[in-house]
Design a protein around this ligand. Structure first.
Ligand SMILES: C=C(O[C@@H]1C=C(C(=O)O)C=C[C@H]1O)C(=O)O
Length: 284
């Protein structure tokens, strides 16, 4: 085999020097996270909103030849590793059958080495998170046809109850088209571009247009209705997605609860919020 030309050797020397510099910077970054962890004083080790904002900023800055998706993968591994050094961090993933794709989505977001358990039923995933066995649960988006929806298990006003905190993948639906929601026992965090998920309880017979009208009047026009189910006491709970960030005690939620629309709305709860995944053109 002929030796590579000298110029190639010198370019590789350059790469080695850059790798050393990048490694030094990574070590500096780790040391800052150690200081953040100490300053948190028991606050949440995982900050999904902050992580999404970091990634949006970096993707916006990136001009290298490597695709932006690869940049996101590198940073997801870094961020997840640095959540893990701050305290126990594990994920519970819905895996109805092998190869369903949710495990890959979970690992892409939360790292290859984060302890992971897989569960056949979504309710098991919710239980893992509620009990504190897992920090994050990975679940399918609610669908009308679900036989046993998981979202009724997270209907709660308590700030430390499980909430939806992320929609995955951050880079939009992957090759298998899989999308997932991440839940964690924390209040969702606002970023500069979010969607929120609400559970709205109505009487049993509200029309679709009356429902949309009352939500729109309250300042929460539904972007999608993911599911709706009758409850035991002759009511119906609708799961709706709205654009923007809704606080748990948001005045619009309070307005909805107090809406006098002829008995339509009975209650409204925040199921969570997520940073809007990056649009395809942001990744080009
Ligand atoms: C360092 C923090 O903890 C975690 C790690 C982050 C990071 O490595 O930048 C960002 C958000 C958190 O999920 C933080 O809260 O800022």
């Amino acid at each position: 085999m002929s030796r590579p030309p000298a110029s190639l050797d010198s370019l590789r020397d350059e790469i080695d020097a850059l790798d050393d510099q990048m490694l030094d910077l990574l070590m500096q970054r780790c040391a800052v996270v150690d200081r953040i962890a100490a300053a948190k004083q028991g606050g949440p080790i995982l900050r999904p909103g902050r992580e999404a904002m970091i990634l949006r900023r970096l993707v916006g800055r990136w001009k290298g030849s490597m695709p932006k998706r690869n940049l996101v993968r590198i940073w997801r591994e870094l961020l997840s590793g640095l959540v893990g050094v701050q305290g126990p961090f594990s994920i519970a993933v819905w895996m109805p059958e092998r190869g369903a794709g949710y495990l890959e989505v979970a690992r892409n977001q939360y790292g290859a080495y984060t302890p992971t358990s897989s569960h056949q039923s979504p309710s098991q995933v919710v239980r893992e998170v509620t009990s504190g066995n897992a920090t994050v649960g990975i679940l399918p988006l609610p669908r009308w046809e679900d036989e046993a929806p998981w979202w009724p298990l997270i209907l709660s006003n308590a700030p430390d109850a499980p909430h939806i905190v992320a929609r995955l993948p951050l880079t939009g639906p992957g090759p298998m088209g899989i999308e997932a929601l991440a839940i964690a026992c924390m209040t969702p965090e606002q970023t500069e571009d979010d969607h929120s998920v609400l559970a709205v309880e109505t009487g049993p017979d509200i029309s679709r247009s009356a429902f949309t009208d009352v939500l729109t009047t309250a300042g929460l026009p539904p972007r999608a209705v993911w599911d709706a189910r009758p409850t035991a006491d002759d009511a119906r709970i609708h799961v709706i997605e709205v654009r923007g960030f809704v606080q748990p005690d948001d005045t619009r939620l309070l307005a909805l609860r107090g809406a006098s629309d002829g008995g339509g709305i009975r209650n409204a709860l925040l199921l969570g919020a997520y940073a809007t995944p990056l649009p395809a053109d942001a990744l080009e």
